[in-house]
Design a protein around this ligand. Sequence first.
Ligand SMILES: *Cc1c(COP(=O)(O)O)cnc(C)c1O
Length: 519
Amino acid sequence: MKYFSTRGGADRLSFEEAVLTGLAPNGGLYIPERIPSLPENWQTKWKNYSFVELSVEVLSLYISPEEISREELRGLAEKSYSTFRHPDVAPLHKLDEKTFVLELFHGPTFAFKDVALQLLGNLFEFFLSRRNARKAEGETPESLTVVGATSGDTGSAAIYGLRGKANVSIFILHPKGRVSPIQEAQMTTVTDSNVHNVSVKGTFDDCQDIVKTLFNDKEFNAKHHLGAVNSINWARILAQTVYYFLSYFHFQSQLPAGVSAEDVELQYVVPTGNFGDILAGYYAKKMGLPIGKLAVATNANDILARFWTSGKYEKVDSEVALGQTVDASGVKETLSPAMDILVSSNFERLLWYLSYENAAGETDADKRAAASATLDSWMTKLKVDGRVEVPVAVLESARADFLAERVHDPETLATIKSHFEAATSYVADPHTAVGLAAAKRLAATNGPNVYQIVLSTAHPAKFLEAVSRALEGSSSFNFERDVLPSEFHGLLDKERRVIDVEKADVDLVKEVIERFAKD
Ligand SMILES: *Cc1c(COP(=O)(O)O)cnc(C)c1O
């Protein structure tokens, strides 16, 4: 299997190259040259497979055995998911007759990003070790310096994914004092020698600007082999397709008596920011997993919800732009911060498929080239004008597979409360609550055979403020007893390792990297 850029060009990359490159040089994202279909008998053969076993099956459809053998894949998956606390890795929790929650937060940092980043860290280590083993004696070994900025969630999942990995060092910049205490503690209490937390006196945007400048500095980049672990990395999407399969089988095994699988339509509701999580579901569906609709759930940063309403992909809602208040970057601060985005980076991949479905051409190669050219023109328009509108036929294609809902903070809080106070008391984090609120709205118009799986993307203990605010009126609520996992006890008092940078200045950060990176 080879990979090519959504924006076209003749380059065809191996899986390894696509994973180590991240973003294509022409600005596009890598996608597989075709979406593989499922082997015959997958329904019966895979039915009782574990998360690791399903990972081997699904991943091997996208990775040539010459690149990574099934045995090697199994080893990588076992290592990656042995860090999860739940035997199912991603258990399916039944809320009521028709609603299930797919809990993706049982990894080391209690957030769904662990599913992808645990695997990505092991893939990096695997590729680098193999490259170095092939080198002649005396040649300098290859290493990778991962640099990123975080306002909270992604940073700790990346750190836990890369801690202790050979030939990899990681520098995560966070704005000093502007990350929640739990998230800061999660990151800075990792004391492995290849992990460097850089606390920058400045804002999250300052941190991001510094990282961008570093990546654009060719000399520095070449010297340190900078790498990124952003959500556009293909391996992250691929790792996430696995839990759609697992939850499908777990759902089948919990069907109420008298209901047959053929009569049921399964709807996935996904709290969405950069569109990585739900895109994995799209791949699963296109491979042949019988999914009904995939539902995008956004917070007030609703560029995607607006797209499905209007066919316009625009940073600022042109219909209410006048009088709308947003911060300087245009991002609205909400109670579900991991979904506070202006544009969704992985949406470009879906746009390529939508463009392809509507492309004209004699041969498939012609259609692909046409799809890339159209996509490229859309992305250029988005960059220049801040907006692009797709043709009606394209919007119709998007609606064939997806639904979209936007949920504002007050409804998020009310949802946390109502689920806690329900007979089947459940404490949801604010991101999951956005999904639950969207699911409830959709359920009102769903047909009688539709069942819903809501993806739960974080443990509620990570979002103490929002959860406490939602439940402060519930007399029976006790954060320590009802929410706090034992792993968090004493976290704030643990030893920390952090490098302070007194000013948001790229040269100061460079000095830090020079000092600590392996060269
Ligand atoms: C990253 C994240 C999301 C959004 O996932 P995308 O793949 O970016 O759409 C939702 N919830 C939480 C808690 C996250 O960390």
